[in-house]
Design a protein around this ligand. Structure first.
Ligand code: KG4
Ligand code: ZN
Length: 338
């Protein structure tokens, strides 16, 4: 039988990405990061859509070239319909529609949050694939969710953030410390050298499996301001301990909610997704949980945890197998549930 080639296109936030997969194997996964945002300390939507507009053609061309195929070989085109920034989503959506129309092949719309989770089904020698049902903790700059996955497209949100995403908690804390955006990886780096119990920060009280991070951010801000009134060099002198304490608190919150989810569902197959799953403390704690609680944990390769088009392509492939195509009149949606 003829292999299925799917082109995936992702443009929901500040990364323009295109990927070609053959069946469930990734042939290419090109990501153009947008440098423009770093000096603003966060993603500027208007600048993001302009950059997508510039990047999309060369990124798609590169993805097809790297896969060693021609566009005529493609079986279908999958794209991120939402959730995300509307202006950014429109670039990928319009491009995907035009290309699918031109090539006269099926168009497949993909939910970005489902795609983060379904990235676990990319065939890769290093990754093990979770069995159904499993729990996925999706943690990134835009999302914080605990989802129960019963089948590829049967997902239930068990809990989610009521305010900031966990990546934002890292990035906003880093900003308070004067670190550049995105500060999450820097907090992780400095935390390795510090004492996680040096400064106890208060964990939020929020119901059940939901999350809240805005109070923690404010708590950190007030704490730092107070200490700086006593010692102007407080941050410089204690950077490692501050970062270790912030990271410890955030990861404690995540682990506590995961333990609750396991208790409620009796499911011990635990996957993580999203850019924050690169964090060394969460990885360490998940490994410990394998030993202590008998969980089996699933962490995809780094390039498939951050925003990327391979996860869009694999989701498109799974929909393709179900003949689940989109009409060309499909529209981008800034808000979309899994
Ligand atoms: O998935 P992602 O690349 O983009 C979206 O937000 O969708 O995630 C980016 C987020 C940023 O907030 C970044 O600070 C955070 O992931 N991040 C980390 C680490 N690496 C990336 N946070 C903590 N520790 C890390 N090692
Ligand atoms: Zn994402």
């Amino acid at each position: 039988e003829k292999p299925v080639y799917i082109l995936g296109i992702e443009s929901s936030c500040d990364d323009t990405s295109a990927s070609v997969i053959c069946d469930a194997k990734v042939l290419s996964n090109v990501v153009a990061n947008q440098e423009v945002h770093s000096k603003y300390g966060g993603v500027v939507p208007e600048l993001a859509s302009r950059a997508h507009q510039q990047n999309i053609v060369p990124v798609v061309q590169q993805a097809i070239e790297k896969a060693n195929i021609t566009k005529e070989d493609l079986s279908a085109i999958a794209f991120t319909r939402g959730p995300g920034l509307m202006g950014s989503l429109l670039v990928g959506t319009s491009f995907a529609k035009s290309l699918a129309l031109g090539l006269e092949i099926p168009l497949i719309d993909v939910n970005h949050m489902q795609a983060h989770i379904l990235a676990h089904f990319i065939h890769d020698n290093e990754n093990k694939t979770p069995p159904f049902p499993f729990i996925c903790l999706t943690i990134s700059g835009g999302h914080t969710q605990i989802v129960k996955i019963t089948n590829y497209f049967e997902m239930e949100i068990l809990g989610e953030t009521i305010d900031d995403a966990v990546g934002e908690a890292f990035d906003k804390s880093a900003k308070i410390l004067g670190l550049p955006y995105p500060g999450g990886p820097l907090i992780d780096k400095y935390a390795q050298l510090g004492n996680p119990k040096a400064f106890p920060f208060t964990k939020p009280k929020v119901g059940d499996l939901d999350f809240s991070f805005s109070g923690l951010k404010t708590g950190i801000l007030y704490f730092i301001q107070k200490q700086q009134r006593i010692n102007a060099n407080f941050i410089e002198e204690n950077l490692h301990d501050i970062c270790a304490s912030i990271q410890y608190t955030i990861v404690e919150i995540l682990m506590e909610k995961l333990r609750n989810a396991v208790k409620q569902t009796d499911i011990k197959h635990i996957a993580i997704a999203g850019g924050v799953s690169a964090n060394s403390e969460i990885r360490k704690r998940l490994q410990l949980a394998e030993k202590h609680f008998g969980w089996t944990t699933y962490i995809p390769k780094f390039e498939y945890t951050t925003d990327n088009a391979a996860m869009i392509a694999i989701t498109g492939y799974l929909k393709y197998l179900n003949n689940d195509y989109s009409n060309v009149s499909v529209t981008a949606k800034a808000r979309l549930k899994v």
